[in-house]
Design a protein around this ligand. Structure first.
Ligand SMILES: Nc1nc2c(ncn2[C@@H]2O[C@H](COP(=O)(O)OP(=O)(O)OP(=O)(O)O)[C@@H](O)[C@H]2O)c(=O)[nH]1
Length: 860
C-alpha cells in the first residue's frame, strides 16, 4: 500500500451527486482496501459547514482533506463527499468527509442533497462523527438540530438499519465540563428522536436500537491548538481496533466485504438518488451476487491463461500425459481456492451458488482435455490388445483363452489409466468410453477370429484339394470297375486324416459344438465337391478318354507292345474288345457313385450299344433304354452323362474310331499282298538248282554283280515310272504293247532327270540348307503339342503320343477328301490336333514299304 497516495483524499461524489467511479477505484487499489475482507471500518463526518470537519479528520487520521483557509473567511470548501484512508490506524479505516450542512451555497430550501448524503453515510459507515459547536448545546435554534432530525428521519428508510455509532464531537469546548454538557446533549438528541415520525414497527423502538451514541469534546483548534492536538491524539486511540468487541464500532451489523465496498456504495447511492427505500439485506445479497460473479469470472480468466494449464492442454493433444488427473486437479484446486478466499465474506448462499457455477464452467473448460486423454487411453488399450493378442496367440495358447487373458489385462490397464485421469473435483463417468473400448476389442477379436478361421479353413481346403484332385484325375485316367470304390476309399482316407486335425484346431476357438461341426461338415462337402467337380470335368472329356482307351487296346497287344498288322490278327475281335473297354470307361463316367449300391448302367450300355441293338437308324423310344435323361438307380444330381447323351457319344465315338479300324484292315491287306509277290517255294528251289552255274559265275565276277545291281535299279525305276501294275490290269498283251511304247521316252526322261539333278544339285544344296533353317522354326511350332486335354505328366498322354493312329493330315488331298477325316468330325477339336501334331513313329511302323503304302492308300 502506498500510504501517501492512500491518505490523499479523492472525491467519491461530486457536488452534483455524480459518483466518481474511476477515481474511487484508483483510490481503492492504492489504499489496498479490497483485500481487507471484513476487517475494515468506515468513518464519516457530518456537521455544519466550516465547522472544522476537514481539520479534525486531517489531525485525527493523518489524511489530506482540503481545509478552508482561515484568513479568507468562512465559505464552503468541501463539495460532495471525499474519501481517504486513515494513516496508521488498524484495522484499515476509510474516512468520508461530507459536504457541510446548512451551507449558504445551496440555499435554505435545498436540503435534498444533505438528506441523501446523510442517508448514504449512515448506510455505509460504522462510525458517524457529528461535528457540532459547543455553544449550540441546549439551544433551541442550534445549527445541528435539523441535521440530527435528518439523520433520524432517513434512518427510518433503511429496512434493516445497521447499528451505527454516533460520536458527537463538541468543538470549541468551554470551561463547562463534559459531564455537564453530555446529559444536556443526550436530552436534546432524545427529544429530536422522539419528534421524528417513525413507522409503526419502530414506534416504540429506543434510539439505542439503531445508534450507539457517544460524546467527546475538543478545545478550539484556533485558540488552543496544542491542547487540541493532544486531545485529538487521545481521541485517535479510540479508533484503533474500532471493530473489535467493545471498540467504537464493536456493535456494527451487516458489513459488506471490503472488495464489495465500492460497488456496494455505488449501488446504495444509486438507490438513494432514485429516492427509493434502501433494503440493506437485499442490497447485501445483490452486492454478493455481483461481486461473487466478478470474482468467479476473474478466477476463470486466470485459469484460462494459466501457463500450467495451457502446457497440460497442449501436452494432452499429442499423447497421454502421466498423472493427468493429479496435475489437472491441482490446477483446478488452486483457482477454486482463490475464489473461496475472495468470496468468503459474501453471503454464503450466493457464494456457494456462484462457486457451483464457477466449478461447472471450469470443468466444462477442462473436460475436452480429459476426453482427449481418454481417447489416447482408448487407442493405447486397443493397440496393447492387438500386440498382446498376437504374442499370446503365437505362444501356442488357444485363441479364446488368449482373447480372455489379453482382454482382461488391456481393460485393467485402461481402467487404471482412467482412474489416473479423473480429478477429485469432478465425478466424470468413463463407463461409456470403457464400453467403447470393450466394443473395439470385440470388433478386433471378431475380425481376427474370422481371419484365423478362414485361414484354417483355406489351409484345410488346400490340403484336401491336393490330396484329392490329382489322385482322382489319375483314377479317372485308368477308369475301370474299381474306380468309384477307389475314389470312395481315397475320399474316406483323406477326409479322416484332414478333418480331425481341422476339428482339433477349431477347439482353440471354444466355439459351440454345433458351429464347429457345421464347419467340419462344410469342409467335408467341399471335399465331395472337389471329387464331383473333377468327375464332371473328366466326363466333359469322355469322348477323348474313350478314344484313348480304344486306341490303347486296339493298337497294343496284351503286353502293351504296339501291334503290327501282319494279317494274322482278328481285327474284328480286337476292335470289339477295344470298343468294349471304351464303353466300360463310359459307364464309369456316367454317374457319381458315392454309395456302394451296384447299378446296371454298364449292362444297359453294353447290351444297347456294344451288342449292336443301337443302330444308326435307332430303335423305337419305347424299347430303347437309352431314350431317357435319367438313369434308373442314379439321382439326377449325380448324373454326369445322361443315357441319351451316351447314345450320341457312342455314335460319335464309333464314327471317329472307324478310320483306325479301316486303317488296320488296309495294312493287313497290304501286308498280305506284299508277301504274295514272291515266287512259290518250289520255283525258288528249281531256280537255285538250274541256275547254280550262272549264280556262281556272277558271284565270282564282281563286275557282273555290279552290272546286275545297276540293271535291277534301272528296271525298278522303269517299273515305278511306268506303273507296271496298272498297265497290266487290262491284260498281258495290251500291257506289253503299252509298256513297249512308253519304254524309250520313259528311259530318256529318267536319264534327263538324272543329268539335270546332277547340275542343280550344287545350287539346291545351298538353297535347301537355307530353307531348312527357315522351316525349322515353324516346324518346331507345328510340332508343339496341342493344348493339352490331359496332364502332360500323365502316363496316358505319353502313351497316346506314342501310339496315335495314322494321321490324315500327311495324306494326298484326294484321300483327305474321301476319308471320314477326324479333322472334319464334330470331335475334331479333341482328336485332330493331337493326331496331326503327333510324331511320325507309329505311322512308320504300320507302313512296311512303299508298295504296301500304295496298297493301303488304294483301300482307303
Ligand atoms: N473556532 C474554531 N475554528 C476552527 C477549528 N478548527 C478549524 N477551524 C477553522 O474553521 C475554518 C473551517 O475549517 P474547515 O476544516 O475547512 O471546516 P469544514 O467544516 O471542513 O468546512 P466545509 O468543508 O467547508 O464545510 C478554518 O478556517 C479553520 O481554521 C476549531 O476547532 N475552532
Amino acid at each position: 500500500m502506498d500510504e501517501a497516495a492512500a491518505a490523499e483524499a479523492v472525491q467519491l461524489l461530486d457536488g452534483e451527486g455524480e459518483f466518481g467511479g474511476e477515481a474511487a477505484e484508483r483510490f481503492m487499489a492504492a489504499a489496498g482496501v479490497a483485500g481487507c475482507g471484513l476487517s475494515y471500518a468506515v468513518v464519516s463526518i457530518m456537521g455544519p459547514q466550516s465547522s472544522g470537519k476537514s481539520t479534525l479528520l486531517n489531525q485525527l487520521f493523518g489524511t489530506n482533506f482540503r481545509e478552508m483557509d482561515a484568513f479568507r473567511g468562512r465559505s464552503q470548501t468541501t463539495k460532495g463527499i471525499w474519501i481517504a484512508r486513515c494513516v496508521g490506524v488498524e484495522p484499515c479505516t476509510i474516512v468520508l468527509d461530507l459536504e457541510g450542512t446548512d451551507g449558504r451555497e445551496r440555499g435554505e430550501d435545498d436540503t435534498a442533497f444533505e438528506k441523501q448524503s446523510a442517508l448514504f453515510a449512515l448506510a455505509i459507515s460504522d462510525i458517524v462523527l457529528i461535528n457540532m459547536w459547543c455553544h449550540d448545546i441546549g439551544r433551541e435554534q442550534a445549527a445541528n438540530k435539523p441535521l440530527l432530525k435528518t439523520v433520524f428521519q432517513v434512518m427510518m428508510r433503511l429496512f434493516s438499519p445497521r447499528k451505527t455509532t454516533l460520536l458527537f464531537v463538541i468543538r470549541d469546548k468551554t470551561r463547562t465540563p463534559l459531564e455537564h454538557l453530555e446529559p444536556v446533549l443526550r436530552e436534546d438528541i432524545q427529544k429530536i428522536w422522539n419528534s421524528v415520525a417513525k413507522p409503526d414497527a419502530h414506534k416504540d423502538t429506543p434510539i439505542s436500537e439503531f445508534f450507539n451514541v457517544q460524546v467527546t469534546a475538543l478545545p478550539s483548534f484556533e485558540e488552543k491548538e496544542e491542547q487540541f492536538r493532544e486531545q485529538v491524539q487521545q481521541l485517535r486511540q479510540r479508533f484503533s481496533n474500532s471493530i473489535a468487541p467493545g471498540g467504537l464500532a464493536g456493535d456494527r451489523r451487516g458489513v459488506v466485504p471490503a472488495s464489495g465496498f465500492l460497488f456496494s456504495s455505488q449501488q446504495i447511492w444509486k438507490v438513494i438518488r432514485e429516492n427509493k427505500d434502501l433494503d440493506l439485506p437485499a442490497h447485501k445479497v445483490m452486492v454478493a451476487t455481483v461481486r461473487c460473479d466478478e470474482i468467479a469470472h476473474e478466477k476463470f480468466s486466470c485459469l484460462t491463461s494459466d501457463a500450467e494449464w495451457m502446457d497440460l492442454e497442449n501436452a494432452v493433444q499429442s499423447g497421454p500425459v502421466p498423472s493427468f488427473g493429479k496435475k489437472l486437479g491441482y490446477i483446478v484446486d488452486v483457482h477454486m481456492q482463490e475464489y473461496d478466499k475472495e468470496a468468503i465474506y459474501f453471503d454464503e448462499a450466493v457464494r456457494t451458488t456462484k462457486r457451483q457455477l464457477l466449478k461447472s464452467r471450469v470443468l466444462n473448460l477442462v473436460q475436452p482435455a480429459f476426453q482427449k486423454m481418454l481417447a489416447h487411453l482408448r487407442t493405447r488399450a486397443l493397440e496393447k490388445y492387438k500386440t498382446d493378442l498376437n504374442l499370446t496367440s503365437e505362444s501356442g495358447k488357444g485363441f479364446a483363452a488368449s482373447v480372455r487373458e489379453t482382454t482382461e489385462s488391456s481393460l485393467n490397464e485402461f481402467n487404471q489409466g482412467c482412474a489416473d485421469a479423473v480429478i477429485k473435483q469432478a465425478d466424470w463417468d468413463y463407463s461409456k468410453i470403457l464400453e467403447k473400448v470393450r466394443r473395439d476389442i470385440e470388433d478386433h477379436t471378431l475380425a481376427i477370429r474370422e481371419s484365423k478361421l478362414s485361414e484354417l479353413t483355406n489351409h484345410a481346403k488346400e490340403k484336401l484339394r491336393k490330396a484329392l484332385s490329382e489322385p482322382v484325375e489319375s483314377l479317372f485316367d485308368a477308369a475301370g470297375h474299381t474306380t468309384w470304390a477307389s475314389i470312395r476309399n481315397l475320399f474316406k482316407r483323406e477326409t479322416e486324416a484332414i478333418l480331425p486335425e481341422f476339428r482339433k484346431n477349431l477347439s482353440g476357438f471354444e466355439m459351440e459344438s454345433t458351429s464347429s461341426e457345421q464347419m467340419v461338415s462344410n469342409l467335408r462337402d467341399y471335399a465331395r465337391s472337389i471329387v464331383e467337380n473333377k468327375a464332371k470335368e473328366e466326363a466333359g472329356k469322355v469322348l477323348m478318354h474313350m478314344k484313348e482307351r480304344f486306341t490303347m487296346v486296339f493298337s497294343h497287344d496284351k503286353d502293351s507292345i504296339p501291334r503290327v498288322w501282319t494279317g494274322k490278327e482278328d481285327v474284328r475281335a480286337i476292335a470289339k474288345d477295344a470298343r468294349s473297354a471304351a464303353l466300360k470307361l463310359l459307364s464309369v463316367m456316367t454317374a457319381i457313385r458315392w454309395d456302394e449300391k451296384p447299378d446296371r448302367i454298364e449292362n444297359i450300355l453294353t447290351s444297347t450299344l456294344l451288342d449292336g441293338s443301337v443302330t444308326s437308324k435307332g430303335t423305337s423310344a419305347s424299347s430303347d433304354p437309352l431314350a431317357s435323361t435319367t438313369w434308373e438307380e442314379v439321382s439326377p444330381k449325380y448324373t454326369l452323362i445322361t443315357p441319351s447323351q451316351c447314345k450320341s457319344l457312342w455314335k460319335q465315338f464309333k464314327a471317329e474310331t472307324e478310320f483306325t479300324i479301316t486303317q488296320a484292315v488296309s495294312t493287313q491287306q497290304a501286308h498280305k499282298r506284299g508277301n504274295g509277290r514272291l515266287p512259290p517255294p518250289w520255283a525258288m528251289v528249281a531256280i537255285a538248282v538250274l541256275g547254280f552255274n550262272e549264280i556262281m559265275v556272277l558271284l565270282r565276277n564282281p563286275i557282273y554283280l555290279f552290272l546286275l545291281f545297276v540293271g535291277y535299279l534301272l528296271v525298278k525305276a522303269l517299273a515305278v515310272q511306268l506303273d507296271i501294275n496298272r498297265e497290266f490290269q487290262n491284260g498281258v498283251v495290251p500291257g506289253i504293247i503299252s509298256v513297249t511304247a512308253k519304254l524309250v521316252p520313259t528311259l530318256q526322261n529318267i536319264l534327263n532327270k538324272v543329268a539335270a539333278d546332277q547340275q542343280q544339285q550344287g545350287h539346291h544344296q545351298e538353297a535347301a540348307a537355307e530353307s531348312l533353317e527357315r522351316q525349322q522354326q515353324p516346324q518346331q511350332q507345328q510340332q508343339q503339342p496341342p493344348p493339352l486335354l490331359l496332364s502332360p505328366r500323365s502316363p496316358m498322354s505319353e502313351l497316346r503320343r506314342m501310339h496315335m493312329p495314322f494321321s490324315p493330315v500327311p495324306l494326298s488331298p484326294v484321300r483327305r477328301a474321301a476319308s471320314p477325316s477326324p479333322s472334319s468330325s464334330s470331335s475334331s477339336t479333341v482328336s485332330s490336333p493331337r493326331n496331326s501334331g503327333e510324331d511320325q513313329k507309329p505311322r512308320q511302323m504300320v507302313e512296311p514299304d512303299n508298295e504296301s503304302n500304295n496298297a493301303y492308300s488304294s483301300i482307303v
